[in-house]
Every structure is written in C-alpha cells, then in structure tokens.
Design a protein around this ligand. Structure first.
Ligand SMILES: Nc1ncnc2c1ncn2[C@@H]1O[C@H](COP(=O)(O)OP(=O)(O)OP(=O)(O)O)[C@@H](O)[C@H]1O
Length: 254
C-alpha cells in the first residue's frame, strides 16, 4: 500500500494542508479538481520530489524519504505533467531510459530490456518512430513515450499526472485501458484527470481536490455528483442519463 499521512507543503501563497490518502495495489484512484487545486503538488509530494514539512509517505511500509532513487523508481512509475526535452534520444532509447534503475552504474540495457521497450512502443502504436529523435514527435506521442518509459521497470505503483493531456480520444482511452489492465494485474494507480466523466468511467475511487485539500474521497458515484462538482469547479453541471450511464454535462448558453 502507498500511504500518505498529514502532508503539508507551502509555496508561500499556496499550501497543501493536512492531506492523507491510501492507494492499494489493484486499485485505480483518480484525482480531479480545478486548475491550481494542488494535484501536481500532491503527486510530487507522494513521489518525494517535494519534501513534506509534516507527516510522511510510506510505500509498502517504507518511508519514501529513505529510499534511494533507483529503489523508488523500481517501486513507483511517475509521469509528471510537464516534460522538458534535454537531448534528442531516439524514441526507443528514451523508453529504455526507464530501465536505468535496474542497470546499476555501468550496466547497459539487455536484449530483454530492448524487447520490452519495443513492446511498449508497439502497445502505443509508436514502433515506426523507434529510431527517430523523440524530440521530433508530437506532444501526444511524447506523452505516450513518457508513460512507456515509466512502465519499463513494471512498477508496483503508478503516479500519472494528466496522462491523457495532449492525447486524442482513442489514445486517451488506450492509456486509461492500459492503466486499468495493469491495475487489474495488481498495480496501484493514482491518476490525475481533468475529465470527471473519464474518472467516473475508469476509477475505483475518486479524490476531489480544491485549495490544497482533499474535499471528497469516495466511490465515483459519490464524488461525481452534480452539486459537489458544480461547487468545486464554479460552473453549473448536470448529471444526465445516457444509454444507461450517468454523464456530467455543463449547463451553459452556447
Ligand atoms: N514551483 C512553484 N512555485 C510557486 N508556486 C507554485 C509552484 N508550483 C505550483 N505552484 C502553485 O501551487 C498551486 C497548485 O499548483 P499545482 O500545479 O499543484 O495545481 P494543479 O491542481 O496540478 O493544477 P493544474 O490542474 O492547473 O495542473 C498553484 O497556485 C500554483 O501556482
């Protein structure tokens, strides 16, 4: 289990305050909430990129602050919201970078690693770009590469910050179906999403953040609630029945 207790972090004019959560293996939890709610900050605290001033984060009973970078990377696949390209690696080599925690200081990727990286490229329909500089790929394709890179070590937990941003509808669904499949195989997945309908469709549990706090935490049908979300987002939303499913629609003049 990944467990956070009483996290606190302040940038000065914004504070994540008293945040506690659990993420079980085999559970897909979506974090939703308006821009600036603190979702990315929370993910960085959970991965130990930001240090919580209070409380602690434990992964399978180990304090995240005490894990070495490679121990942490083997346990948790983290995909940040933003990626700043540094070097024009070939797409295949970029995905292979995800195997670094398994290689040791002077190790080189094995044939098995290369096969796995190719398999991940194929999964996301990117095999034809394997030898191309990844920096020449589109924003959505780079997002898929980042997810593929995070899957190289077959981590036990996934922390994905807006994995569907830049992605078209088909690739958004491909990514979420892949995460769902991995979750069913036993991975614990925490995914920041902007679309409450996708959160409701895929997640076992939904956390709603606002103002640096978790203001709701429950089953999708409890959190994807028109009054709760209308208030949280400051727009009028309506839940409608559509082909036997509940879909959230904005009520706006167009
Ligand atoms: N490095 C930083 N320095 C100062 N303030 C920051 C920094 N990063 C984020 N913030 C502030 O913290 C608040 C929360 O930001 P965060 O990125 O965690 O929100 P978010 O919920 O992920 O937003 P979005 O949905 O827009 O990605 C924002 O007000 C933001 O301006």
């Amino acid at each position: 289990m990944l467990r956070a207790e009483g996290l606190y972090f302040s940038y000065g004019d914004f504070t994540v305050e008293n945040v506690s959560l659990t993420l079980d293996k085999g559970e897909l939890v979506a974090i939703i909430g308006p821009n600036g709610a603190g979702k990315s900050t929370l993910l960085k605290l959970l991965f130990g990129l930001l240090k919580s001033e209070r409380g602690k984060v434990e992964v399978d009973g180990k304090n995240i602050a005490e894990l070495s970078p490679s121990e942490k990377a083997k346990l948790i696949g983290f995909v940040p919201q933003n990626h700043v390209p540094t070097f024009p690696f070939k797409a295949l080599d970029f995905v292979l970078l995800g195997a670094t925690p398994e290689l040791g200081p002077f190790g080189a990727p094995s044939k098995k690693h290369r096969e796995k990286a190719m398999e991940l490229l194929r999964l996301f329909g990117l095999e034809k770009y394997a030898e191309k500089p990844y920096t020449s790929l589109s924003g959505g394709q780079i997002r898929l590469l980042l997810i593929a890179r995070a899957l190289m070590t077959s981590p036990r937990y996934l922390l994905l910050d807006e994995p569907t941003s830049n992605l078209d509808l088909k690739n958004s669904l491909l990514v979420l179906q892949t995460v769902k499949r991995l979750t069913k195989e036993g991975v614990g997945s925490l995914v920041v999403l902007h679309d409450p309908n996708l959160a409701g469709l895929f997640a076992d549990r939904v956390l709603l953040m606002k103002g640096g706090r978790i203001i709701a935490n429950g089953k999708p049908e409890e959190v994807i609630d028109e009054r709760l979300l209308s208030e949280a987002y400051g727009v009028e939303l309506k839940l409608i029945e559509c082909a036997g499913e509940r879909v959230l629609r904005p009520r706006v003049e167009v």
